[in-house]
Design a protein around this ligand. Structure first.
Ligand code: ADP
Length: 264
């Protein structure tokens, strides 16, 4: 356009084209961001529409035939309750995601052991399943935000529970850096699906997920939590054998503190 006609000396022209490039990159990023937001809103709306459709169909049925048909009444109310619960869960997760950008970090140095014990005790109390805690015996000193770390652990343990039937192991130790491993012996994740599991609304098996109640938001939230907690998240899985998620406290601080802790 008109910019090209400006009389620019050689060097400044380079600068100008450099600025143009940076500007284009910025626009590209903004567009990409905007596209992701749009996709997110569209996915969320779609997920909310599905239970709404079920609820409104059953409401129509109830209105027309409910009073003459007690069995239908029971079926409809059960379905409406289940779908309402699903919508409530989704809205809760959406609110979590929306509030994450404003979350204030409360960094504290602490030993992981009591935190892990609390989480495992709570999971064992909530579910009729066996969550086992295995500790290496070394002190596991990290600097973290304990509430957010717990939230991350609950997401990962809940997945381990949803996609397996056996015991679930929570193992923690140090290997240069402090790590936590969550291991299940369940359905596992197919190799080609593995790179996608951290994407928002991604589910390996949509039909099965509808039964277990997932929306494909858990791991994307887990990744965001791990980012703000400066943790590395790794996932290994073998179909039909199980899945292991590893959390690594990769920050320099953690390693340094641990070394000085061992010396003292
Ligand atoms: P959801 O809420 O649907 O469980 P997530 O984002 O937590 O969503 O996980 C995305 C998908 O990754 C799940 O739908 C499931 O297919 C798969 N997945 C996650 N964790 C596990 C696991 N421990 N074992 C097997 N599959 C898993």
């Amino acid at each position: 356009g008109s910019f090209e006609k400006l009389p620019v000396a050689g060097e400044s022209r380079d600068e100008l084209s450099q600025m143009g490039l940076t500007f284009n990159e910025m626009i590209g990023l903004l567009e990409e961001n905007y596209r992701k937001q749009e996709e997110f809103v569209s996915n969320a709306s779609h997920e909310l529409k599905t239970p709404l459709t079920v609820i409104s169909s059953y409401t129509d049925l109830l209105q027309r035939r409910g009073s003459q048909d007690p069995a239908l009444q029971e079926e409809a109310l059960t379905a409406i309750r289940a779908e309402t619960e699903r919508m409530r869960q989704l809205i809760e997760q959406l609110l979590h995601i929306a509030r994450r950008s404003q979350a204030q970090m409360d960094w504290r140095k602490m030993d992981l052991e009591p935190v892990l014990s609390q989480v495992v005790t709570a999971m064992n109390a909530s579910y009729d399943r066996q969550f086992h805690l295995q500790l290496s015996g070394q002190p596991l000193i990290v600097e973290t935000d304990v509430q957010q770390l717990k939230q991350l652990l609950y997401i990962l343990l809940d997945n381990a529970r949803k996609y397996s039937e056996d015991r679930i192991d929570l193992e923690a130790g140090t290997d240069g850096a402090v790590y936590i491993k969550i291991r299940d012996y369940g359905v596992g994740i197919p190799k080609d699906a593995l790179p996608h599991v951290f994407e928002r609304f991604y589910r390996v098996d949509k039909a099965r997920s509808r039964e277990t109640g997932g929306f494909g938001l858990g791991l994307s939230l887990a990744r965001e939590l791990a980012d703000s907690l400066r943790l590395r998240l790794e996932i290994d899985s073998i179909e039909r054998l199980g899945t292991t998620v590893t959390i690594v406290f990769s920050g320099d601080f953690n390693v340094g503190e641990l070394q000085s802790g061992q010396e003292g």
